[in-house]
Design a binder for this molecule. Structure first.
Ligand SMILES: [Zn+2]
Length: 84
């Protein structure tokens, strides 16, 4: 279950818990928390902790791989016959 961190939208008008910010575990299926469970004042969600977004790396191109010192093995066409 992901941990969400919330903090008071208005730090002047809230309870000590959400002024500092608090963490709460919530199932993904539940809608995001909108109010502090203690003082019922509006809260906003901070970035989820401990959840690193996976880096989507684009596939290495052959020339990039060669530059990086990889040996690139490429299957050549085999068994291609030309009809004469
Ligand atoms: Zn509060």
């Amino acid at each position: 279950m992901p941990i969400y961190e919330y903090v008071a939208s208005d730090p002047e008008d809230c309870c000590p818990a959400c002024r500092r910010g608090f963490e709460i575990r919530r199932p993904l299926s539940r809608p995001p928390l909108e109010t502090c469970p203690v003082c019922k004042k509006p809260v906003r969600k901070l970035l989820a902790k401990g959840v690193s977004s996976p880096q989507i790396s684009k596939p290495l191109s052959v020339s990039d791989a060669k530059k990086a010192g990889f040996t690139v093995l490429e299957k050549r066409d085999e068994g291609t016959y030309e009809k004469l």
